[in-house]
Write a protein that binds this ligand. Structure first.
Ligand code: ITT
Length: 182
């Protein structure tokens, strides 16, 4: 059984639903791991996988994600977890006051460790920061993110609707392809 190492219940709900629909069962390992300060999600994931590989038995993967807002030079990006814990979604909305372009994207990098190697797969989702928070589903910055081509925020979508277009949905489909192709 492959384990998804995450402290974030929302991430597990999304990825496990998508993989289950493809016949892949996973288990959650709810424990934190070291997240280094780096400019790229890839580096954060590689470091996390290496440190976990010494402690976790069997095959596992981690998901590191970030919200990159164009007008803010990509902030919060790799610092999304810190930004969420400190200023939260209301703080991001305040930073957007008076900003012309709401363009933003979510990115996810999944690092899979198993069979003696580490493989990274990625997913992204373009969209915009909403004017105000809407919806009660999802987690994190979901109430303030509207994916391109949609009127709803992620927090106004079901898990399946979010997975169909989201950064994590795209990364999890790439993970499923890796797992099914070997
Ligand atoms: P783990 O590292 O234990 O998996 P985490 O919540 O710390 O959980 P991240 O380091 O990837 O996860 O943090 C990214 C932050 O970005 C997270 O705290 C969320 O608030 C936010 N985030 C990530 N994915 C998101 C999504 O799909 N929708 C909304 N917010 C998201």
């Amino acid at each position: 059984m492959i384990r998804f190492v995450t402290t974030n219940e929302g991430k597990f709900r999304e990825v496990s639903a998508l993989l289950r629909a493809r016949g892949i069962q996973i288990e959650r390992l709810d424990r934190p791991y070291p997240e280094i300060q780096a400019d790229r999600l890839d580096d954060v994931v590689e470091y996390a996988v290496d440190s976990l590989a010494a402690e976790v038995d069997g095959e596992f993967f981690v998901d590191d994600s970030g919200l990159f807002i164009e007008a803010l030079g990509g902030f919060p990006g790799v610092y999304s977890s810190f930004a969420y814990r400190t200023i939260g979604a209301p703080g991001v909305l305040r930073l957007m006051e008076g900003v012309e372009s709401p363009a933003a994207r979510f990115e996810t990098v999944i690092g899979l460790h198993g069979q003696g190697k580490t493989q990274l797969v990625r997913g992204a989702c373009r969209g915009a920061i909403a004017r105000e928070a809407r919806g009660s589903g999802g987690f994190g910055f979901d109430p303030i993110f509207v994916p391109e081509g949609h009127g709803k925020t992620f927090a106004e979508m079901t898990t399946d609707e979010k997975n169909a277009v989201s950064h994590r949905g795209n990364a999890a489909r790439a993970l499923a392809a890796v797992l099914q192709g070997r």
